[in-house]
Design a binder for this molecule. Structure first.
Ligand code: ATP
Ligand code: MG
Length: 305
């Protein structure tokens, strides 16, 4: 008989590790295919294969903090890594992802772009010089998509800075003839909407919170199949889903942290499994300060009434 039949075969070996090793395993970064993430990635793949034309489609991926936007972008980047061709000495980079600079200043935007291209540039060059360098590097490196994360940071600028920054975005989208993807919180949408032309260019894709449906059931059951616990967990029930949603409000990062915390607790206590009791006990320590106990919130509501 195979041990740990409740786990996917590739993950069974981890259940035999000792306590510390298993806890370290739980805390490591990993990627899980979720239904929304798959939808977004398909959309990105589709845009990547778009032939160049005058007006390239642009996409805004928005949703609240911790919903998984950056995680999706990183996965997409891993799927389309830069390649160095030894025979020609040329690096191609199909997808470039840059961060927003701390302040939405034109020169810093090009500086970040050069960083993302692996060519941290001469910082004190004038904006128009940096712009020209970015443009020619992107052509030479065969860039087919530009992603800018944390686009909502534009709103930290003065009104004038915001206008200039949106002009830069418009320039990049028009001039480079590559699809541009922006990601950010719900404020990002607001930021783009302030520019009529950009508002017409960008399709918007909203990432929703989790709800009590088959997608959440699927997420929990795939987690149950990989967590290094020695007994089969019972997290496939509607009651568990309900409880998880109460504690996390359906925000991805909170769900992952909650399950991770429950799994660590299951290892430490020797229970070796997660079930509804893991989320109802008085000792349940909520992993993030953004999370509040449902009962506490209900209590407050009752007091407020
Ligand atoms: N598909 C996934 N697989 C595994 N973990 C995930 C996934 N999506 C989200 N997470 C977890 O949630 C955390 C937050 O995700 P992410 O950083 O992508 O959020 P975000 O939407 O970019 O938030 P912010 O707006 O604050 O930047 C990740 O660090 C990871 O722990
Ligand atoms: Mg992010």
């Amino acid at each position: 008989m195979t041990a740990y039949e409740h786990l996917q075969p590739a993950y069974r070996q981890y259940a035999d590790l000792d306590t510390d090793e298993r806890i370290a395993w739980l805390r490591a970064d990993r990627w899980l295919e979720t239904s929304q993430a798959t939808t977004v990635i398909r959309r990105l793949e589709d845009l990547l294969s778009y032939p160049p034309r005058d007006r390239m489609p642009c996409l805004l991926i928005y949703g609240e903090t911790g919903i998984g936007k950056t995680k999706i972008i990183r996965k997409f980047l891993r799927d389309h890594p830069p390649r160095f061709d030894r025979s020609t000495g040329v690096t191609t980079m199909p997808v470039v992802a840059m961060q927003m600079p701390a302040e939405p200043i034109e020169r810093d935007v090009y500086g970040e772009l050069l960083n993302a291209l692996g060519a941290p540039g001469p910082q004190y060059e004038a904006a128009w010089r940096l712009k020209a360098i970015c443009r020619s590097m992107m052509r030479d490196m065969g860039v087919r998509m530009l992603i800018i994360d944390e686009i909502h940071a534009v709103l930290t600028g003065t009104f004038r800075q915001q206008r200039i920054f949106l002009n830069v975005i418009r320039f990049l989208a028009n001039d480079l003839k590559v699809p541009m993807i922006c990601a950010g919180t719900d404020l990002a949408r607001q930021a783009l909407l302030t520019d009529q032309q950009l508002a017409e260019r960008f399709d918007a894709l909203h990432l929703n919170r989790w709800s009590n449906d088959k997608n959440l059931a699927q997420l929990l059951s795939s987690l149950a199949g990989i967590l290094p616990l020695r007994e089969p967990s019972d997290i496939g029930t509607a009651a568990v889903r309900q409880r998880v949603l109460e504690l996390t409000d359906g925000v991805t990062v909170r769900i992952f942290r909650l399950i991770e915390t429950a799994a660590v607790e299951a290892i430490r206590s020797g229970n070796e499994r997660i079930a509804i009791e893991s989320f109802t006990g008085g000792e349940l320590v909520l992993p993030l300060i953004s999370m509040t106990r449902y009962s506490e919130r209900q209590l407050q509501r009752r007091i407020a009434r």
